[in-house]
Design a binder for this molecule. Structure first.
Ligand code: NAP
Length: 245
């Protein structure tokens, strides 16, 4: 089966850097035009736009602060200036703070929930609303292995991703049959930008014994965006077995 995104327009949130950038480029390489959402990383987003244009696809920049529910609510509507329809939504933007339960302030709790959970909720709702009768769409939520195996580290982040995993399944049922909703539960893809020492430490807990290759993440995304349409409500771990140990 050939997996192509030719003729599709996809919105990727947090697309300027790191994993989001990887996902946006994967969409373009598979033939999609891409709306690149970003928060503060304008220059990096412009550079991704250039890379996408170089492979012959269209790319548009869309800044927005997803901690603000009004901005999140209006984001999909704003994509209309670029493309009349969005066929795909990849919810990747997130925050990830190393907080224990006791160290989590109400403010940290609320930021994690608003960016990592409320924004995908509002975006999914607007995405479903904009999809015209007769069109089909796909939503991919970027999760974490911790979502289905919550521990004690990164407490508000883990809870937000666990709720996003639950929302993935709930929306898969609510939006069937027109919109497929799936999740990618990532593991060791890229070390946290603010903790390069994690590179070695993290790997000791990964059965695969290595970090993921970019191509592996890209293939998994493409499978959920362009693969079998009978798959919905699924959460694929791409974590080298981290959730098993
Ligand atoms: N890296 C990994 O190995 C790994 C492992 C498991 C799961 N994940 C998941 O994969 C996704 C991407 O991970 P990452 O490591 O690339 O994350 P990251 O480096 O922290 O980047 C996340 C992006 O989210 C955007 N963002 C954060 N707060 C925002 C806000 N208020 N408004 C708008 N945008 C906002 C940022 O955009 P700007 O830079 O433009 O502000 C940033 O580029 C996340 O969902 C994460 O949970 C990653």
């Amino acid at each position: 089966m050939e997996m192509t995104l030719d003729g599709k327009t996809i919105l990727v949130t947090g697309a300027a850097r790191r994993v989001g950038r990887m996902l946006a480029l994967a969409c373009a390489q598979a033939g999609a035009d891409v709306v690149l959402h970003y928060g503060n990383s304008g220059p990096e987003a412009a550079s991704v736009q250039k890379e996408i244009r170089a492979v012959g696809r269209q790319a548009w920049l869309l800044p927005s602060d997803l901690s603000n529910p009004e901005s999140a609510s209006s984001l999909i509507q704003q994509t209309r200036q670029f493309s009349p329809i969005l066929h795909g939504l990849v919810n990747s933007a997130a925050i990830f703070e190393p907080l224990t339960f006791q160290a989590t302030t109400l403010q940290a709790w609320e930021s994690h929930l608003s960016i990592n959970l409320t924004a995908p909720f509002l975006l999914s709702q607007a995405f479903a609303t904009q999809l015209p009768e007769g069109e089909t769409g796909r939503i991919v939520n970027i999760l974490d292995w911790r979502a289905l195996r919550p521990g004690t580290d990164h407490f508000p982040y883990t809870i937000s991703k666990a709720a996003l995993a639950a929302m993935t399944k709930s929306l898969a049922a609510a939006l069937a049959p027109r919109i497929k909703v799936n999740g990618l539960a990532l593991g060791a893809i890229l070390p946290p930008a603010d903790d390069p020492s994690a590179e070695e430490r993290v790997i000791r807990q990964v059965p695969a014994g290595r970090w993921a290759g970019a191509g592996e993440v890209e293939q998994a995304l493409l499978f959920l965006l362009a693969g079998p349409a009978y798959i919905t409500g699924e959460i694929i771990h791409i974590d080298g077995g981290r959730h098993l140990v």
